[in-house]
Design a binder for this molecule. Sequence first.
Ligand SMILES: [Zn+2]
Length: 96
Amino acid sequence: MKIPKTIPCASHEFKCLFIKNLIRDAGCRGQIIFPIREVHLDDTLEGTTLASVFWHEVFHMLDRIYCDESIGEDNIASLAEGMAQVTKSMGITFER
Ligand SMILES: [Zn+2]
């Protein structure tokens, strides 16, 4: 499955962009920038790592918009790993 170019969430639409050297320059594999509604993913990610980073940023989006940031980083990390397992078990692989 291709990573979507945009992700709708409530009345918002987040752009999903692959960023060259994000890990080197920002020190993270993915990030979500709420003021400009963008999800950034390092452009070297693939396979289950791409899936878990993608889901991680999606859960940050859901947490901020629907849960008043009550889920927290540790639970977001766990949920993202869980969703990466679930989607993999369904035969869904992620690609650019
Ligand atoms: Zn996080």
